[in-house]
Design a protein around this ligand. Structure first.
Ligand code: SF4
Length: 371
């Protein structure tokens, strides 16, 4: 942890009082979110757990979407012990639909580490956090400021946007130099008596007022000092990240249902690891092509991930429930490629941890598996 410094020269124009103004606004406008701890009270272990769970849920997920998941998660896993004892399958099942499933695996791993290595109490020494799964710079800053009162910034997309606009910094926001400058300026301005609250206030302003496309400057407590507002085009700051190409991959998905159930597969690594998939292949070996030659194309499903897009061609046997032995070849190929395969009774499919893309497939294929 570094010591507080003077603001960089290009971040002094706003004067020293904006953090106080921001805190006063936050005191009046703070939303009563289910994971928020009471103002001023030292956080209990339950508060720490709730904060950590909410932050894992909120990574790349909007507050409104995360609230329902948070309530269900806390009902089922009210503390570190319960989460550490849970099976991976159960955690993934509660997580399904929100995406970025690796977060769920990290969160469960974190609970196990807290229970096994720290006696069920989240360590209060930040040096121990480097050894814990899933604690990156953002969460580390947030916990240091909230739990320990250290002047550490928690720089998420909201904080980056507000700071960029306050000083009319262009970015682009995926430039590591830009993120470093944001961190540096926040470390200089963070008030030592309200470190955690300041971080929360900044993120709250970004989430509710200084929004990406249409900032509501007339409602903003920082409007008098904000350089982006003075420019007349606040939404220009910061420049968006350079778009990454998202290549389109075509895959063939095979729906196999026999008297044993519906065939699904999962693997330990790769995209959508540990979740159940309908068997799918990017390119078909001759054996798979031959054994499934009778399968008919019944439609397609498209799905966009952050870094690629899939076009899935859905193929089913000509007679529902009769795969003609093709399932044995598919299983053999899947196992050879490192997949675990299992047959599920159709009525259990809704409870199987499955990524959103294959829920779409399931819906599209519903007439097949229900017949
Ligand atoms: S004045 Fe406008 S652009 Fe500046 S911080 Fe407030 S909402 Fe954002």
């Amino acid at each position: 942890m570094e010591e507080a410094k003077l603001p960089p020269s290009d971040a002094r124009s706003v004067g020293p009082d904006w953090p106080k103004t921001l805190l006063a606004w936050y005191a009046a406008h703070r939303r009563p979110l289910p994971w928020r701890t009471p103002e001023g009270a030292p956080p209990s272990e339950a508060d720490v757990y709730r904060t950590v769970v909410s932050e894992f849920l909120l990574m790349r997920t909007r507050v409104r979407a995360a609230e329902g998941y948070f309530r269900r998660f806390l009902e089922r896993f009210p503390g570190w012990d319960e989460l550490a004892r849970a099976s991976e399958e159960e955690v993934l099942r509660l997580w399904q639909g929100i995406g970025f499933y690796r977060r769920a695996a990290y969160l469960r791993g974190l609970a196990r580490a807290v229970v096994e290595r720290h006696g069920g109490r989240f360590p209060r020494d930040p040096r121990a956090w480097d050894e814990l799964p899933g604690i990156g710079p953002y969460l580390s800053g947030l916990l240091a400021s909230k739990l320990l009162g250290l002047p550490e910034p928690a720089v998420d997309g909201n904080a980056q946007r507000v700071v960029a606009r306050l000083f009319a910094w262009e970015g682009p926001k995926d430039d590591p130099g830009f993120v470093r400058r944001v961190r540096e300026v926040l470390r200089a301005y963070i008030p030592s008596e309200s470190t955690g609250t300041f971080n929360e206030a900044l993120m709250e302003l970004g989430e509710t007022v200084c929004t990406p496309r249409a900032p509501r400057c007339l409602e903003c407590p920082l409007q008098d000092v904000c350089a982006a507002r003075r420019s007349g085009e606040p939404a220009r700051y910061p420049r968006p990240a350079t778009p990454k190409p998202r290549p389109l991959e075509q895959r063939d998905v095979f729906f196999c249902r026999t008297e044993d159930g519906v065939l699904l597969a999962r693997r330990d690594a790769g995209l959508l690891a540990r979740l159940w998939h309908f068997p799918h292949f990017a390119s078909l070996s001759e054996q798979v092509e031959n054994c499934c030659a009778e399968f008919v194309l019944v439609g397609t499903v498209e799905h966009a991930f952050t870094h690629r897009r899939w076009l899935l061609r859905l193929r089913v046997p000509p007679v529902p429930g009769a795969c003609g032995g093709a399932e044995k070849v598919l299983v053999r190929f899947l196992v050879k490629d490192g997949w675990e395969t299992r047959w599920f009774p159709p009525e259990e499919l809704a409870r199987v941890p499955m990524p959103r893309v294959f829920r779409k497939v399931e819906e599209r294929l519903a007439p097949e598996w229900r017949s």
